[in-house]
Design a protein around this ligand. Structure first.
Ligand code: GDP
Length: 373
């Protein structure tokens, strides 16, 4: 249903929007699936043949047996990558991964440091990504190219490459490429709720990774992914958060527990100002709204935050990124797909909801009808 040569799937909230399922679903129409950000701290869930898989570093296109790329802005934990590949091989898959020579390696001391500090301050996943990024900024961190020989035991599955060159070759040859965003705009290191953020999560990472070529620029379409409510795994502002006892039932219905950490996710109502900002920053041409079945199973009507109030100012965003100084203003909306989607769409700046996801299964995806709505 996406006509352009390339598609980027980008999380619009704080991660866990259901990107993995959409990548797996659409991968059938593309020749390659590319991870361009994040590392083992990302967790994407995909159901394949009725079995649930949690992927962290291997792109979600693996189940469709596509060419896979881990780009230069990614972080790599070699042991976890080997474990993930071994698990997939155990199920009969043969991943074919091109790993960029400039990707940053995560070392044991990075993981130890992160583990010792993960429950202080921002509650990270403890995978060592932040300390490895600090090492990269200090120019002391090894790259995949520096450690190429360590990948030898898995050379059947991993090729260390200049992935910009591969992309250029594929694009000029007419091959279709799907870019899989990890984490989400709300967790971007610059535009997210700093310091409660991850590394870079912006769509622009595709261009800084593979070059701002005219072909790539003109052939790229962006699908933003948002849940019908919001969840957040780590600490940080969440203006529409439900008190823990009220969020519990929605959490159970939506199985809102981290793929990487197994931690219970914080739960809140859909926050349209947050979504509007993310749609703008991501350049989303359209939005996929996921888990509408969960919201509908929870209640027939749900509050949606239409704007934020800061004193008497409307539509204000929190001034401080680390504390909430705005109050959400809610409107109650019917949770049936049609009225809910129409309400979300009608909010200026959100654009078209092109897809509705109403179940965890690969095929629980509805294309929003153009007619009759
Ligand atoms: P990702 O990191 O964005 O890929 O999201 P996660 O994999 O962390 O979390 C999404 C979870 O929701 C997974 O368990 C999916 O199987 C599940 N899921 C995705 N879309 C839907 C949906 O429309 N309805 C329901 N009930 N579950 C969904």
């Amino acid at each position: 249903m996406f006509d352009k040569q390339c598609l980027a799937i980008i999380g619009l909230q704080w991660g866990d929007e259901g990107k993995g399922k959409l990548v797996d679903y659409f991968a059938k129409d593309y020749d390659a699936v590319v991870r361009f950000n994040g590392g083992p701290n990302a967790g994407h869930t995909v159901y394949h043949d009725g079995k649930k898989f949690g992927l962290h570093q291997v792109p979600s296109g693996v189940f469709r047996e596509k060419q896979l790329v881990i780009g230069p802005e990614c972080y790599v934990d070699i042991r976890k990558l080997f474990d993930e590949i071994s698990m997939l091989v155990g199920y009969g898959f043969r991943p074919k991964i091109y790993l960029d020579k400039n990707a940053t390696m995560i070392l044991d001391n990075n993981i130890r440091y992160d583990q010792n500090n993960k429950d202080k301050g921002i509650r990270t996943t403890g995978c060592g990504v932040g300390p490895a990024a600090a090492g990269r900024a200090s120019r002391i961190q090894p790259t995949a190219g520096d450690m190429a020989s360590a990948f030898a035991p898995f050379k059947e599955f991993i090729t260390i490459s200049d992935t910009w060159f591969l992309l250029r070759f594929w694009l000029s040859g007419g091959q279709r490429v799907l870019f899989e965003g990890a984490q989400a705009i709300g967790l971007d290191n610059i535009h997210g709720d700093y310091p409660n953020v991850s590394q870079r999560c912006m769509t622009g990472g595709i261009f800084t990774s593979f070059g701002y070529s005219r072909r790539l620029r003109d052939s790229l379409e962006v699908l933003g992914v948002a849940k019908a409510y919001v969840t957040r795994s780590g600490a940080g502002p969440m203006p529409t958060e439900l008190p823990p006892d009220e969020g519990r039932m929605l959490r159970e219905l939506g199985h809102e527990y981290g793929v990487t950490t197994k931690r219970a996710r914080r739960i809140g109502w859909l926050d349209l100002p947050q979504l509007r900002k993310a749609v703008h920053l991501s350049g989303a041409d359209s939005v996929a709204l996921t888990k509408i079945d969960v919201l509908n199973g929870y209640s027939r009507q749900a509050p949606v935050c239409q704007w934020h109030k800061c004193g008497s100012a409307i539509n204000a965003y929190p001034l401080s990124q680390s504390k909430i100084d705005t109050k959400p203003v809610y409107k109650s909306v019917e949770t049936e797909s049609k009225p809910y989607v129409k309400f979300v769409e009608a909010q200026a700046g959100i654009g078209k909801v092109s897809l509705i996801s109403n179940g965890p299964g690969r095929d629980d995806i509805l294309r929003r009808p153009d007619e009759g709505w």
